[in-house]
Design a protein around this ligand. Structure first.
Ligand code: ADP
Ligand code: MG
Length: 607
């Protein structure tokens, strides 16, 4: 067997686990036990209680293009099983020390074959229960290029745990256990109730915070019927990444951007633009209408026509939110006769700032709405206009403080400021009406302050009398390991506590002052890191990412009622930092409606 072709199916230990689990699914298993060592490089063992392989077929199973699952080419159109190419076992066996042991019901014993250096031994009888046990040792031992490409042991076992949890969602009825280096990372009993399985995978904190989504399009008689079922998290459970969205098509996990987009559209207006809903959604349709055979790993799926599915998901999600009374009126009337966009984000500081001398880097315009701008941190940091001394003064008291009160009469006296809906500050400048997003502005200010403060040395931290412990996925624990040195300099001391927990021993004083809850804060940060949003190889970029999350959490929130003094302080801090435009996430901190635009809308002729 060609080892290069093996790389197509077998990219890393997690792909081996996936193939072996899917074979067990196809064999009708009710329970699958997975054991790995050394992140899967040293050992992967998968045992199932499925129908097994008859001894005469055992040598075939490890031969390339040997599959028992497709009888004719016509079957390719209606693939109901997970595997159908007959390549996985042969590929895996060609890049490892491989053994398979299997017993069918009614047989007296199990039979075992080993494959070493591409050569299979004849089947030999062994003791063992009905079902199949596969052992993969020294994965990629003879393929140094592949081996080098693997991540750390913790990272690879985190990926394995991730794939096991993903596949667990596809088959709630199958009991699953994953043990890595002797620690149980996944332990899910089989259940008749898909809801229980979803809570088991997403975490107990999601219990009672999930809404059922149901929908259907097409007609049963002409094969166009598409059914949708799933659970989505309430808006409050939205996360900083889309990693907690899972889509399945006919029981197969798929990646499809348009479905993810549809889910998010369903939540439009209910969650912040930078956050993503949590959801597990299953689609079912006639196999002839999809093309699953696009990529060997079979997670990329092409639909014959994706548009109706987008609508199905969006509407069903919306309907679920509406029936739970969660959808508020978010309609915005169109500007009369206006084709152009009358309200635009401001990226220049000119007229908002009294000091107005330093042209700012237009980071708001260089960052896309969705991009969590990694480069903006650099720009901000190296901006010569940033007055470190003044920023330091400002951070001396991180909570909105009295240092800025002197400016109050000028600021509030000159231009009245109004807080509306406890979220926006409305004021004016020479050109028109200015609406400030209080959270975005404060976040921006905090970012500058934190950066300046950090340049002076490690942040102060407070030790917890009792460590704060929270549940975490293996991927987050792996991320903690890589980020720990940076976190230590930021005053966060946290360590893994058991296979699924993290304990926080110390937390930055300034975040405590801003009443930031340590557990959700770190959980979100690690979630981002596990999603690849924190580049730990680039220290500067990683620092900016972490400071972004810190400033976001420490900033006043939309919904915080601000006093007159706090409003003045916030505006004054902005002037101190003397930079403006967009918050670190690339959202604008404020909008301006030019006076001419207001006049036009009231039907006045321009002055
Ligand atoms: P595919 O799944 O595409 O058919 P694989 O290489 O994964 O190809 O498996 C080859 C064959 O080995 C399968 O068609 C099936 O007959 C048999 N097989 C593999 N794993 C199992 C298992 N866990 N239980 C029963 N049969 C199995
Ligand atoms: Mg297979």
């Amino acid at each position: 067997m060609n080892q290069i072709a093996a790389g197509e199916v077998v990219e890393r230990p997690a792909s081996v686990v996936k193939e072996l689990m899917e074979n067990a699914f196809d064999a009708g298993a009710t329970r699958i036990e997975i054991e790995v060592a050394g992140g899967g490089r040293d050992l992967i063992r998968v045992a199932d209680d499925g129908g097994g392989i008859p001894v005469q077929e055992l040598p075939l199973a490890v031969e390339s293009h040997a599959t028992s699952k497709i009888e004719s080419a016509a079957d390719l159109e209606a693939v109901a099983t997970m595997g159908f190419r007959g390549e996985a076992l042969a590929s895996i066996a060609s890049v490892s020390r491989f053994a398979i042991e299997s017993r069918i019901p009614g047989a007296d014993e199990a039979w075992r074959i080993e494959v070493v250096d591409g050569v299979a031994t004849p089947p030999a009888p062994v003791a063992g229960p009905v079902g199949t046990r596969i052992e993969v040792r020294n994965l990629f031992h003879a393929v140094p290029a592949r081996r080098r490409f693997l991540k750390s042991e913790t990272a690879e076992s985190a990926r394995i745990a991730e794939i096991v949890r993903l596949l667990a969602l596809a088959r709630p009825g199958i009991g699953l256990r994953l043990v890595s280096n002797g620690r149980a990372l996944v332990d899910l009993p089989g259940t008749e109730d898909p809801r229980r399985r979803i809570v088991g995978v997403l975490g107990a904190e999601m219990d009672g915070r999930l809404l059922e989504v149901r929908g259907e399009i097409g007609a049963p008689d002409d094969g166009t019927l598409v059914g949708l079922w799933g659970l989505v998290g309430l808006p409050e459970t939205a996360r900083p990444t889309s990693r907690h969205q899972r889509f399945f098509l006919n029981g197969r996990a798929i990646n499809d951007r348009s479905l993810s987009h549809a889910l998010k559209e369903g939540f439009r207006g209910l969650i912040e633009p930078g956050r993503h809903p949590v959801g597990v959604l299953h689609l079912d349709m006639a196999p002839a209408r999809v093309d699953v055979n696009v990529h060997p790993a079979k997670t990329e799926v092409r639909f014959r026509d994706a548009r109706p599915l987008h609508g199905l998901v969006r509407r069903a999600v919306r309907a679920a939110l509406e029936s739970a009374d969660l959808v508020r009126d978010i309609g915005i009337p169109e500007a009369p006769g206006g084709g152009e966009e009358p309200v635009r984000p401001i990226v220049e500081t000119r007229s908002m700032s009294s000091a107005a001398s330093v042209p700012s880097v237009p980071s708001g315009s260089s960052t896309t709405a969705s991009g969590h701008g990694r480069t903006t941190g650099f720009e901000r940091r190296s901006n010569p206009g940033l007055d470190l001394q003044r920023a330091r003064e400002a951070i001396a008291d991180v909570p909105l403080n009295t240092a800025a009160v002197e400016v109050l009469p000028t600021l509030v006296g000159r231009d009245a400021v109004l807080q509306v809906h406890q979220s926006f500050l409305v004021t004016q400048d020479a050109e028109g009406l200015v609406i400030i997003d209080q959270h975005a502005l404060h976040e921006r200010v905090m970012f500058e302050q934190l950066h300046a403060r950090f340049a002076e040395g490690p942040l102060e931290s407070q030790r917890q009398l009792v460590p704060v412990v929270f549940d975490a996925e293996p991927a987050s624990i792996a991320a903690l390991e890589t980020l720990a040195p940076l976190l230590a300099r930021l005053g966060i001391d946290a360590v893994a506590a058991g296979p699924r927990g993290i304990a926080i021993h110390a937390f930055p004083s300034l975040l405590i002052h801003r009443r930031v809850d340590p557990a959700p804060f770190l959980a979100e940060l690690l979630d981002r890191a596990a999603d690849g949003q924190v580049d730990h190889e680039d220290h500067e970029a990683a620092l900016s990412e972490v400071l972004d999350v810190m400033s976001c959490k420490a900033a006043v929130k939309a919904g915080d009622r601000l006093g007159e003094r706090e409003i003045a302080e916030l505006l004054a801090m902005r002037e101190r930092i003397d930079r403006d435009g967009s918050c670190p996430h690339g959202r604008p901190t404020h909008l301006r409606i030019p006076i001419a635009e207001i006049e036009r809308r009231f039907g006045r002729s321009p002055r």
